[in-house]
Write a protein that binds this ligand. Structure first.
Ligand code: SDX
Length: 427
């Protein structure tokens, strides 16, 4: 039975239906608000505003729950692979053995990129940030792979092309930035191992693929694969709503992810820890700075718009850190610093009262450092992980029943009507 919310405005009573999700979340459906009342809602940052209904990912920020298509992130990290999780997000169900085999073959078939794309890489200034390169190159893919006439084929082919080629583009960008020989994808290697080989193999020193590193990378990408309507996913949906190509929508998502408040936080955390280590600053002093309203400094990797408890991904990432460093007998001082920071913050009244806990970015950089990924590529790694989620969300938003051009309204607060003043009369 539909519930309603009533309110009185300018002496009139209005009522609007309440939408209830499968997990009991409730939303006021204001689709007819302006037509009925002449007013709109105002919610900068959209903290109280749902942009869509979605079947893909469920988060409970108070309980620290994250599920992809109903499956808890803890189980996926433990038992699944990134390829399988990508299939689950995009198609809605875990693949049968045959479907996973076909998906893997398609990913391998699409892993090479057009040779001419190397000219693009070789002409970026050496200091270019890999996220800027990746966003440009994903858009460039559209020029090399124009849309197929049949929309169904197009979506399936483009989805697999993107999932596969994004690894090749990232690794190629890294090799060329180092002046090293590009390593091509190998059809005999699965998704994560293929990426590691493209990144680190070289004629002078063949790369030895460690199962522990492959497992850690699978977990890293599974943890990043989707996160409902975050900033970059909302960018993908909004840009996609204009019916642009998937490449253009994903390129917008990459650009949105780049910022230090969002996906760029994993790079910012490591830079914060490295600075802390170099300057010998006391962790208590850093936590004090983070609380000081006169200091713009924030504790990177802490806090979240949705999670008001420990980010379940951070827990798994921290355990992956410990396991990987132990397996390779590495003692990373930055991990000790991160744990010391977490210890101080977790007992600090300000952090407790503001519900500030480590998020996915707090420990993720230490996993990437251990694997050998350069710091300026950390957010590229986040983007590769998030790609299946962006694709799933884009597909869902392009479904005819959901599709609507995204165009928010505003409340104007500028000057009221006034006349043009000729330049000679201006003071
Ligand atoms: C990601 O949305 C997603 O799902 C994102 C993501 C995903 O998977 O897609 O999870 C990935 O982006 C994780 C977040 C990575 N960013 C960081 O680690 C950067 C540091 N964190 C913050 O900047 C902040 O916590 C945000 C941006 C993440 C969330 O901020 P909100 O929800 O906009 O809240 P806010 O900035 O209004 O802060 C509320 C209060 C403020 O204090 P008051 O003015 O109310 O007293 O909390 C304080 C803030 O000053 N605060 C912090 C803090 N984060 C919030 N104070 C110190 N250090 C921090 N990190």
């Amino acid at each position: 039975m539909t519930e309603y919310i009533k309110f009185i405005f300018e002496g009139k009573t209005f009522e609007f239906p309440v939408v209830i999700g499968t997990e009991g979340e409730k939303a006021l459906d204001i689709g007819s608000l302006r037509n009925k009342t002449g007013i709109i809602t105002l919610d900068p940052g959209y903290a109280n505003t749902g942009s869509c209904t979605s079947d893909i990912t469920f988060m409970d920020g108070e309980k620290g729950i994250l599920r992809y298509r109903g499956i808890p992130i803890e189980q996926l990290a433990e038992y699944s692979s990134f390829r399988e999780t990508a299939y689950l997000l995009i198609h809605g169900e875990l693949p049968t053995e045959n479907k996973l085999k076909r998906f893997s073959v398609m990913l391998n078939d699409h892993s090479p990129v057009h040779e001419d794309m190397q000219y693009f890489f070789r002409n970026f200034p050496r200091a270019s940030h890999p996220m800027g390169i990746l966003s440009s190159m994903v858009t460039a893919l559209r020029s090399f792979y124009p849309e197929l006439p049949d929309m169904e084929d197009e979506v399936d082919t483009t989805v697999t092309r993107l999932l596969s080629k994004i690894r090749t583009l990232a690794a190629m960008s890294y090799k060329i930035s180092k002046g090293h020989k590009v390593v091509y994808p190998r059809p005999d290697l699965p998704y994560c191992a293929n990426f590691l080989n493209m990144m680190f193999d070289s004629p002078v020193r063949p790369y030895e693929i460690h199962e522990d590193v492959v497992k850690a990378l699978n977990i890293f990408w599974i943890l990043h694969a989707d996160h409902e309507q975050n900033c970059s996913t909302s960018a993908v949906r909004l840009v996609g709503s204009g019916k642009v190509s998937l490449y253009a929508a994903i390129s917008a998502g990459i650009a949105a992810l780049w910022g230090p408040l969002h996906g760029g936080a994993n790079q910012a955390v490591i830079e914060m820890l490295e600075k802390l280590a170099a300057q010998g600053t006391d962790v208590k002093q850093l936590v004090a700075r983070a609380k000081d309203k006169n200091d713009p400094f924030r504790l990177m990797g802490f806090g979240h718009r949705v999670y008001k408890t420990y980010d379940p991904r951070a827990k798994i990432m921290k355990a992956t850190c410990d396991k990987l460093l132990t397996q390779f007998n590495i003692n990373d001082p930055l991990l000790d610093l991160a744990k010391a920071l977490e210890e101080v913050a977790s007992t600090d009244d300000y952090f407790i009262s503001h519900n500030l806990y480590p998020n996915v970015d707090f420990y993720s950089g230490i996993v990437l450092r251990t694997i050998g990924i350069p710091t300026n590529m950390f957010t590229v790694m986040f983007a590769i992980g998030r790609l299946p989620g962006w694709i799933a969300q884009w597909k869902e938003s392009m479904d005819e029943s959901q599709w609507k051009l995204g165009r928010p309204r505003q409340i104007y607060t500028g000057p009221v009507e006034r006349d043009f003043v000729p330049i000679e009369k201006r003071s």
